[in-house]
Design a protein. Structure first.
Length: 391
């Protein structure tokens, strides 16, 4: 694909635990309105809609008709619904990207939302797409599985609970500067240690919360952007991968991976980097928003993105290299650890790097950021999506 595709509009809620003031479709509308305003557009200007489906299929499909067709203005337009678990948001941006890059249309909207209490809790909804013989057997399936990958990584590379706590402290410090983040209170290693164990070694503060809010983006072709003299940042690399097999109605885990080595995610990054012409991510990437719902998983994502060698990221974090002001700031928004609304969590990652390379990230801006990377993980080794966004 040679046609350039730009991001011209971004809308993002201020995420909160509860949004009793708004229904689930209201949250989608809220984000869509913000994205259209940002792009100086009307709903009628949109030619296609990619809808980030809540992983809770019943809520998602019911509302997709209501929200996707009516509120998002998709009637008589190209319309696609996407659900790849935690990767849903980035898969949706990718699907919007492909619509434009393939020349099918010039302007595409992608949007979605999650509402705690209306969309089902994260554990329940993710279990719906997971392997019944393995993942679904565990209460708090996600946390237990990722706790096992933490133990493996500790065993191989000597990561400590203190290293995990430092991820939380760094991300909360970033989130305190981001008015859209859900958990915005700064914390300390001691405070993380005082929070209760959820699944050893993962404590409450090592977990992402469950958040309510929406996200939307407008993508357009270079031709449209130039003709209408619009401001844009450019999606220059897109990668996908999976380490799973299909079981008909759900995904199964391939079980071939070492859980300390997110090699499928690495493959996704390699594809995106190749497309964007990035040969040395450590030198070229200015800012990274990496999907990491539990503190230990940030280390896997940093290493899969090629920003550190396997097992080396805890020491680099301790040196301050992944915080704003360090050489490669990671999760400048506070990351998934400070906002997690499954349908759009990965879209928020793209939105954050797009704002960073636009120079519009506000109090958590990385000075001079020109190249950003974002990622989404569908679950344990299931779906991965990555993106490179450039000024
Ligand atoms: C592929 C993927 O995307 S995997 C990621 C999918 N997402 C998840 O798995 C969500 C993970 N998080 C959770 O399931 C939940 O937040 C849990 C299990 C960690 C905690 O849930 P609960 O025990 O029900 O906590 P509950 O929601 O009742 O909140 C209790 C208190 O803890 C706080 N709290 C809840 N979660 C967190 C958190 N992650 N960090 C810090 N504080 C938290 C709440 O604000 C609340 O504080 P308050 O009493 O002062 O109001």
């Amino acid at each position: 694909m040679s046609a350039r595709v730009g991001i011209i509009g971004i809308g993002q809620s201020a995420f909160k635990a509860r949004r009793d003031d708004a229904s689930y479709p209201d949250l989608v509308r809220e984000a869509v309105t913000m994205a259209l305003n940002d792009a100086s557009m009307e709903l009628d200007d949109i030619q296609a809609v990619v809808y980030s489906l809540s992983p809770d299929a019943m809520v998602g499909i019911g509302n997709a008709e209501r929200v996707g067709v009516d509120a998002v203005g998709a009637r008589n337009k190209r319309f696609l619904r996407i659900n790849t678990g935690g990767a849903t948001g980035i898969s949706s941006v990718a699907a919007a990207y492909y619509h434009v890059a393939a020349g099918a249309c010039d302007v595409v909207l992608t949007a979605g939302a999650d509402k705690v209490g209306e969309c089902g809790d994260s554990q329940t909804v993710l279990n719906k797409i997971w392997d019944p013989t393995y993942e679904r057997q565990l209460p708090l399936g996600t946390i237990n599985m990722l706790a096992m990958s933490a133990v493996r990584y500790m065993h191989l590379y000597g990561m400590t609970e203190e290293d995990m706590a430092r991820v939380v402290v760094k991300n909360r410090w970033h989130a305190a500067k981001n008015p859209n983040a859900h958990l915005r209170k700064e914390t300390t290693v001691e405070e993380v240690f005082r929070s209760r164990y959820i699944s050893w070694p993962v404590k409450l503060f090592d977990c992402c919360p469950q958040s309510s809010g929406g996200c939307a983006m407008v993508l357009a072709s270079e031709k449209y952007i130039k003709e209408n003299k619009l401001d844009a940042v450019w999606i220059t690399g897109v990668g996908h991968s999976s380490e799973s097999y299909f079981l008909g109605d759900r995904m199964g885990n391939g079980q071939t991976a070492d859980h300390a080595d997110a090699f499928a995610l690495k493959g996704s990054f390699e594809r995106a980097y190749k497309m964007a012409g990035i040969k040395e991510p450590r030198k070229q990437v200015d800012v990274a928003e990496l999907y990491a719902p539990f503190s230990n998983t940030e280390f896997h994502s940093i290493e899969a993105a090629g920003l550190a060698d396997l097992g080396q990221s805890p020491a680099m974090l301790k040196e301050g290299r992944f915080q704003i002001g360090g050489d490669i700031p990671v999760n400048t928004s506070g990351g998934v650890l400070c906002t997690n609304a499954i349908a759009v969590t990965a879209m928020v990652r793209v939105a954050e790097v797009a704002q960073q390379v636009r120079g519009k990230a506000g109090g958590h801006q990385v000075a001079g950021a020109k190249i950003g990377i974002a990622s989404g993980n569908g679950g344990d080794h299931q779906f991965f999506g990555t993106m490179v966004v450039e000024a």
